[in-house]
Write a protein that binds this ligand. Structure first.
Ligand SMILES: Nc1ncnc2c1ncn2[C@@H]1O[C@H](COP(=O)(O)OP(=O)(O)O)[C@@H](O)[C@H]1O
Ligand SMILES: [Mg+2]
Length: 357
């Protein structure tokens, strides 16, 4: 590239050793034999030099590449982008990976494609600015990554399935236990516990079926949960009419579980307490985003309302205590309005699922 002083002195007479490390012969060997394909391109995108590996990698005879346009190595669909990209590179040249963060593909002579990593370095020469592209075929690495991803997904799926099954066993045990008592308050405790376990089991069931594995379709979850609660409390959907306004949203597991439990408590309360003695009425379940990753959940009934002088803030009963604790866990805010029936309104943020390896 640039004339080498030792070379100019005559390589024949230069002994091997210290001087050799500076010789053009060494550089030529590095270019030729160090791993990775190397292609030297001028400012107009013409290939000036390519090593043997470049020829093999792209399916060309070694000298076939020289004088060609670099764009013959680029898949058709990236061509126009590549021309602009190359011009941009020549305007602000520095050593860096090409298209950092995006998946790059190269094209062989026969038109087939393969994934590559490319490192670009500018070379200042007498012939002007040249760019050296060091190209690595990453087919094997990509395949290994895809296999790891698939294995992890399988594992997560299996895990959710097992958690769901185990929770179902616990729920069944609670049910069996309840057949051994006639005491109404014990029965109620067992039923509430069973519903709490089921509301979590349902999340794992959805996760197991979800393509994303850490997120679920929350509207669908709430619909199933509420239907299930009507069934377990034996409330007719004609007596208490539900209106659900849940925007389509997916929630991460760490948000979905506390949020699902809160809905379980509040809807159970409506079914148990709001419409005593055959009273009929309505319940509205509303969940909507109010900001980036921020949501408001409202559960409003037009029933009898909370008992007079009842202070939900200092309530020690488990249901409402769970609601306040879980709201705190979601970094949320809870407001209760009892002017007409009972309204619980919770504003919370989505907790992002953290990768735990
Ligand atoms: N939607 C509602 N309508 C009327 N009363 C309610 C409602 N939600 C809660 N309550 C009252 O608040 C009390 C405490 O609720 P909670 O902590 O869930 O305990 P539990 O449901 O086990 O009684 C209930 O016993 C009930 O008197
Ligand atoms: Mg309750």
């Amino acid at each position: 590239v640039s004339p080498d002083r030792t070379e100019a002195a005559g390589s024949e007479t230069v002994p091997h050793g210290a001087v050799f490390t500076q010789s053009a012969a060494l550089l030529a060997q590095i270019f030729e034999f160090a791993p990775d394909a190397k292609v030297l391109v001028d400012g107009g995108g013409r290939i000036l030099k390519a090593n043997a590996l470049a020829g093999t990698m792209f399916g060309y005879g070694r000298d076939e590449l020289i004088g060609q346009h670099i764009e013959i190595l680029i898949p058709q669909r990236f061509l126009s982008r590549h021309v602009a990209y190359r011009q941009g590179y020549m305007a602000t040249p520095r050593t860096r990976p090409m298209g950092a963060g995006v998946e790059l593909f190269a094209r062989r002579k026969d038109g087939t494609e393969f994934p590559v990593d490319i490192m670009l370095s500018p070379l200042e020469t007498d012939e002007g600015m040249l760019a050296l592209a060091v190209v690595r075929d990453v087919t094997d690495r990509k395949r290994a990554e895809a296999e790891t991803r698939a294995a992890r997904e399988m594992y997560l799926k299996e895990l959710h399935h097992r958690v769901k099954n185990n929770l179902q066993v616990i729920s069944s045990l609670l049910f069996l236990q309840s057949t051994y008592t006639k005491d109404p308050s014990t029965l109620e405790i067992l039923k509430d516990s069973q519903n709490r376990v089921k509301s979590i089991a349902l999340i794992h069931e959805k996760l197991y079926r979800s393509s994303e594995l850490t997120k679920i379709d929350f509207a669908e979850y709430v619909r199933d949960l509420v239907t299930d609660l009507f069934r377990t409390y034996g409330v007719d959907q004609g007596a208490v009419v539900v209106r659900m306004q849940i925007e389509h949203m997916t929630l991460e597991i760490d948000t979905a579980i506390p949020c699902g439990l809160i809905i379980n408590e509040l809807v159970s309360n409506v079914l148990k307490h709001a419409f005593p003695g055959g009273r009929t009425g309505h319940v509205v379940i509303d969940l909507a985003p109010v900001g980036p990753k921020e949501f408001t959940l409202t559960i409003q009934d037009d029933g009898v309302g909370l008992p007079k002088d009842y202070d939900w803030r200092t309530s020690t009963s488990l249901g409402l205590k769970l609601v306040t604790d879980l709201t705190r866990q979601l970094d949320g805010r809870l407001e209760v309005d009892v002017t007409n029936g009972t309204q619980f309104r919770i504003t919370f943020r989505e907790v992002l699922y953290k990768e735990r390896n």
